[in-house]
Design a protein around this ligand. Structure first.
Ligand SMILES: Nc1ncnc2c1ncn2[C@@H]1O[C@H](COP(=O)(O)OP(=O)(O)O)[C@@H](O)[C@H]1O
Ligand SMILES: [Mg+2]
Length: 252
């Protein structure tokens, strides 16, 4: 790369098309650039291709047309380990991500695999748990925690790798109102690029200045979240519904 790193976007998806092995085509040429430090909501109806897109961001799915670069690095077999460090994906179900006897070991897993040991490892684990307000729970088994606490630990397991981009698939789903609020406060305080898949439109508006709509495997809209949510015709066309009584213009 010759350009200075500050001008390289965290994420660049270009012409990405993908059909599953059964022939079902899920993506039809997705173009999406996310600049460093941006927080972008990825909206769209069920079956739009959101998860398929997310699975391309760290090379879990590959082999279609087009491509993805992360901080200028092409996602592909050649740089896979580095890509997986740079792209922190928080999956919808924290139990897919937590599998060690204690919270501390779960958060230490990635950095230990990358070679960190001893006091240095302890320090990065503590720091990641502090960022999600879970430092008190380091010695607990993850399965003794509430769902909201497990989701925060799952966020810590990816933050500990200092990712270029944090990708969250439905971060507010299954959270009670207090946990949903706590997670929003945590996400807002993070100084990291975020791509957040969500059906929770007030959450998108609150946390992400920019939103894109993925619909039938293409980006159908890309703009300011408040303007997208206020566009009734656009929202209806893509089967997106605001909660009853919610007025996007009323949130600052
Ligand atoms: N493993 C798979 N094999 C075949 N088709 C799939 C597979 N996973 C998802 N699809 C299809 O691809 C499309 C996009 O799915 P997905 O990315 O999960 O959408 P979303 O996350 O937006 O709900 C859907 O039509 C879905 O049925
Ligand atoms: Mg999905």
């Amino acid at each position: 790369m010759t350009a200075p790193s500050t001008t390289v976007p965290s994420l660049d998806v270009h012409g990405l098309a993908y059909a599953y092995p059964d022939g079902h085509q899920a993506l039809f040429g997705v173009d999406l650039t996310v600049g460093r430090g941006e927080r972008v909501a990825l909206l769209g109806p069920n079956g739009a291709g959101k998860t398929t897109l997310v699975l391309h961001l760290n090379g879990i799915l590959t082999g279609g047309a087009g491509g993805v670069t992360v901080a200028g690095l092409p996602v592909g077999k050649k740089h896979l380990a580095e890509i997986r460090r740079k792209v922190g994906i928080v999956f919808q179900d924290p139990d897919d991500q937590l599998f060690m006897p204690t919270v501390r070991e779960d958060v230490a897993f990635g950095p230990a695999a990358a070679g960190l040991r001893g006091a240095e490892l302890d320090a990065v684990v503590r720091r990641a748990l502090e960022r999600v307000g879970m430092e008190e729970y380091a010695d607990r088994p993850p399965h003794h925690l509430s769902f909201g606490q497990r989701r925060r630990v799952a966020v810590a397991t990816v933050l500990v790798m200092e990712p270029e981009i944090l990708v969250l698939d439905e971060p507010s789903s299954n959270l009670d109102p207090a946990s949903r609020r706590e997670l929003a406060d945590i996400l807002r305080a993070l100084d990291v690029t975020v791509l957040m898949v969500t059906h929770d439109l007030p959450y998108a508006l609150e946390l992400c200045p920019r939103a894109v709509i993925l619909s039938e495997g293409v980006i159908a809209a890309d703009g300011r979240t408040g303007e997208i949510l206020a566009d009734e015709e656009l929202m209806a066309r893509h089967r997106l519904e605001l909660p009853f009584g919610f007025v996007p213009g009323s949130v600052v």
